[in-house]
Design a protein around this ligand. Structure first.
Ligand SMILES: [Zn+2]
Ligand SMILES: [Zn+2]
Length: 260
């Protein structure tokens, strides 16, 4: 199904029509059907959240939801720290052009369901935080201001973690990178609908071939012995770069809040 993601991205502006277009495109792959009917909502993410988020993220487990708080700054080196920081490193990528302004501490509060469930109507992800990586950094989709896909010029602003800073010094991952996931099955974080996001591989080392138009499928992972819906990073190099999009398209579930 991953070959359908590009057509989806091209049609996503016509979101009201996108479902119909997808159906008409979906002539060669019936494997998506089990995924869309999987009864998520029965698998708790509490243990996986509690055991995988780093100490920089404060976790509060309620009755139905989990609240994750962080200051949004990475636990790894980046040019975006600014040269006065011990975590500063000079740009390492060919042609890299660092955005002006250093990264700044934020006040992130993300609330996600303990039992994430598939939504009957899938909401498109939007600009701004769509999830939180295990170190508390915000995850963004494949788009930039104006809601257009990251272009070749903007691509030069990313550090080797697939991140850059935006307005207010808000540092965020759009792509995979050296400190989250490269060509592996790493757990990267959780999106606002409560579903986890992994690297390009499944835990058996294979590249999933049955991803739906939102980049996910249902199955077991290193963190879930009961099958659960989970996203994967794209397995297609973005604009022939070193980067792979973390998440494009819509949420599978209903998004929780993310304030900052
Ligand atoms: Zn950005
Ligand atoms: Zn998978």
């Amino acid at each position: 199904m991953k070959n359908l993601r590009k057509p989806f991205a091209l049609t996503v502006a016509m979101s009201a029509l996108a479902v119909g277009i997808l159906v008409s495109c979906d002539t060669d792959d019936d494997e998506v059907t089990p995924t869309t009917t999987a009864s998520a909502g029965t698998v708790s993410i509490t243990d996986a959240v509690s055991s995988n988020f780093k100490s920089a993220v404060t976790i509060s487990v309620g009755t139905n939801s989990i609240v994750l708080k962080s200051n949004g700054v990475p636990d790894h080196v980046s040019p975006y720290w600014g040269s006065a920081s011990a975590l500063y490193e000079a740009p390492t990528l060919t042609g890299q052009i660092v955005n002006p302004g250093s990264l700044q501490e934020q006040t992130f509060v993300m609330t996600i369901p303990i039992f994430p469930a598939e939504a009957s109507t899938k909401e498109e992800t939007s600009l701004g935080p769509i999830g939180m990586a295990l170190n508390g950094v915000a995850i963004y989709n494949d788009r930039e201001g104006g809601n257009v896909p990251v272009d070749a010029g903007t691509l030069q602003s990313f550090d080797r973690s697939g991140a850059h800073s935006g307005p207010g010094g808000l540092y965020h991952y759009h792509f995979n990178g050296d400190f989250t996931s490269l060509d592996d099955a790493n757990l990267i974080g959780f999106l606002r609908d409560g579903f986890p996001i992994y690297g390009r591989q499944d835990k058996d080392g294979t590249y999933p071939s049955d991803l739906d138009t939102n980049g996910g499928h249902t199955g077991v992972t290193a963190d879930f012995t009961t099958p659960i819906y989970h996203y994967h990073t794209s397995n297609v190099s973005y604009l022939d770069s070193r980067f792979y999009v973390l998440k494009a398209g819509s949420y599978n579930g209903t998004k929780g809040t993310f304030t900052f």
